[in-house]
Design a protein around this ligand. Structure first.
Ligand SMILES: [Zn+2]
Length: 293
């Protein structure tokens, strides 16, 4: 079952039917609900930069909820939770159009609430060909192809963000097949200074962690090494680490956020390696010979 020779933890691919049902219900529910809210928002404020932010934020939130649903349903199959993310993205777009079309059509008579995607598509075509849209800075009203392009971009962005966020959410989650639970015990070590020679990171990617044990504790700078340790809280037999070189853009105020640049996620560890890293706080930094510039 679990192949301890593997360098990296991989989801086992397992799932249960009830778990799938839970995951898809949560994913589709979130898409329909938040997509509907977004549709109403676009109806109230048809064109604006705020819509773009609202759309990305909404898609990001749906993606996170898909991830939560995947945890809840204990689905350890990449294809299936990927499918959950895709379907949730499509449900979001569908619900947004259904709600928008309902409110938009109510401006001209009794509102048309049609859940059928084909009917919605026909309505989109009708609106695109017949309505005239005005945008900032353009005197000329537009319809037809520019609208299809714009809406196509909107739909791809929503589906793309939901999918990517849900996959990223799952990318550092470990499941212990022995205990049938997600690993929740996670410990972040104090930051370490980055190595002079970044080939150390390649070594870590090949599961040689010895280089980490030579690094001094992080003091200052725009880069550091972050090590996060994971172990199964029940059987204490599944050990892993995320090791990343973190960097931030150079800014005067030092407030820029550190983001992972390269490294290794879900690196399998032995108990000894886990213990060694857990106790390692960085070798004492050598005092700087010259004053800071
Ligand atoms: Zn376990």
């Amino acid at each position: 079952m679990e192949d301890s020779d593997n360098v990296y933890y991989d989801p086992s691919g397992r799932f249960s039917l009830s778990g799938l049902l839970i995951m898809f219900s949560v994913a589709l529910g979130a898409g329909v609900l938040l997509g509907g809210v977004y549709g109403v928002l676009v109806y109230l404020s048809p064109v604006g930069i705020l819509n773009l932010f609202a759309m990305c934020w909404m898609a990001w939130l749906v993606g996170k909820i898909v991830g939560r649903g995947t945890l809840l349903g204990k689905v350890r199959n990449r294809w299936l939770y990927g499918l959950g993310g895709l379907l949730a993205g499509l449900a979001t777009i569908w619900a947004a159009w259904v709600c928008w079309a309902y409110f938009f059509s109510s401006d001209f008579g009794p509102g048309v609430l049609d859940l059928n995607p084909v009917a919605i598509w026909n309505y989109i075509v009708y609106i695109a060909e017949n309505a005239e849209w005005r945008f900032f800075g353009f005197d000329q009203p537009v319809n037809g192809i520019p609208m299809y392009i714009l809406w196509g971009l909107e739909a791809s962005l929503v589906v793309g963000v939901v999918y990517v966020v849900s996959m990223l959410y799952m990318s550092d989650k470990l499941f212990c097949e022995r205990c049938n639970c997600w690993v929740t015990e996670r410990i972040k070590l104090p930051r370490l200074d980055p190595p002079q020679d970044e080939s150390m990171i390649e070594a870590v990617q090949n599961r040689d962690i010895s280089g980490i044990l030579t690094l001094p504790a992080y003091t200052t700078g725009d880069k550091h090494i972050q090590v996060e340790l994971l172990k199964c809280q029940k059987c204490q037999e599944l050990y892993a680490a995320h090791v990343f070189l973190m960097a931030r853009p150079k800014r005067k105020d030092d407030k820029a956020k550190f983001m992972p640049v390269r490294g290794a996620a879900n690196l399998r560890l032995t108990l000894e390696e886990y213990q060694t890293l857990l106790e390692f706080k960085g070798v004492a930094p050598t005092p700087a010979p010259s004053p800071a510039v």
